[in-house]
Design a protein around this ligand. Structure first.
Ligand code: ZN
Length: 99
C-alpha cells in the first residue's frame, strides 16, 4: 500500500527517491489526540493503524540520534501545523489544490 501523509493540506506520498520519512500515529491516547489537534484535519478523521504523518511536519529537534547513528522521532514529538507556511518559505510550487 502507498504511504500518504494524513495531513489534509499536505498529502505527501511516499516515493522511492525521497528522503521524507513517514511516522505512524502514536498508540498513546493522549499523544494521539495532540497529533490530531496539531494536524487540524476534519473532525471525522480517525487515524487507522496505517495512517502516517510525514517528516515535513517535524523539526530537527523532534528527532534524536540513536547509538547506531540513525535518526529517530522522539516519543513525545508532536507534528507542527506549518506545512503551508513552510512550503511558501521554501518557494516550492508543488503544493497543489487537489481533492
Ligand atoms: Zn505531510
Amino acid at each position: 500500500m502507498v504511504l500518504m501523509c494524513s495531513v489534509r493540506s499536505c498529502k505527501t506520498k511516499h516515493t522511492k527517491n525521497s528522503d521524507i520519512k513517514f511516522h505512524k500515529f502514536p498508540k498513546n491516547e493522549e499523544l494521539r489526540s495532540k497529533w490530531l489537534l496539531a494536524i487540524n484535519n476534519e473532525s471525522w478523521f480517525v487515524p487507522s493503524q496505517h495512517s502516517v504523518v510525514c517528516s515535513k511536519h517535524f523539526d530537527m529537534s523532534d528527532y534524536e540520534t540513536n547509538a547506531l547513528g540513525n535518526k529517530k522521532l522522539k516519543i513525545a514529538a508532536i507534528p507542527k501545523s506549518t506545512i503551508i507556511r513552510r512550503s511558501l518559505l521554501e518557494g516550492t510550487s508543488s503544493f497543489k489544490r487537489q481533492q
